[in-house]
Design a protein around this ligand. Sequence first.
Ligand code: MEV
Length: 325
Amino acid sequence: MKSVTVSSPGKLMLMGEHAVVYGKPCLSTTIDQRLYATVEATDSNFLEIDAPEVKLEGYKKEIKELTKGKIPKGAEYIEYSIKNLYEKYNLSSGLKIQTKSDFSSEVGFGSSSASSVCAVYGASKIFDLDLSNKDVFDVAYKAVIDIKGVGSGYDIASTIYGGVIYYVTPGKVIRNIQIPELDIIVGYAGYKTVTADVVNMVKALEEKYKFAVSNAYDQMEKIVEEGTKALENSDLETFGELMNINQGYLDAILVNDRVLSDMIYAAREAGAYGAKISGSGLGDCMIALAPKDKKKAVIDAINSTKGKYIELKTNVEGVRVETKK
Ligand code: MEV
């Protein structure tokens, strides 16, 4: 039977988080941790999934039962994505998906989005569907909304398109920004709050203080527009300053906390051009951008706080075929 192995990368938010959920643009990049999926046609009526990294082995569901009944967490994104693909493109035959991940298990770099995208992209190759990036996006993003109810979809777009993207939800604009290199320094708080919970908390804050929160979103939009120009001109100093201003608005919507803040100030004091939260906040990650000769000092400064530096490369290729049989 036909088989294909595909892979797609994790992501990191650069600017515009939270505001992007409400129609404002954001900038994000891919990272060099990838999810691999081998997708095989079978002559059964089942979707079979093996995903050992999320402790899922030998999972099986009849195609016509997809998304019905209880679904283990590790199968959710793949099952919903395949169901959406099958419905949209009138497919019904059996499929086996085996994943392998080099994502770190503790940090939220987007392994669920990557698994959705690998499932859709891999299956599209098995069934010879000639899908564009946007077609893959539409199917995988629908799965995110079906499961989580909220989410801008920037993570799905990042893992498909690769590199650095300028993104407007729900895939209204997805544009690659050409930039030769982007050496982002990442610090991890050591814990994380569920993204949907932080998004809902900010939503409640906006309902109470609309004048302040929607103003913050308007300002973030302008920061992302200026940030895009700065990146396109390889003006990292300006981009760093804009990161700091963006951080001011993330503070204003109350998603900063002590551990993130300590890492951010430590990075700035050690000579970073800029430092800010990356993603939903209240734990998880911060990012810093620094001149090459200050990189080590910034890393040491982050490690001197309660947070820790995570080594990774950004701006890598999006979803791709690895091998085909
Ligand atoms: C989380 O990584 C980024 C948020 O903007 C949520 C989203 O875009 O779905 C907070």
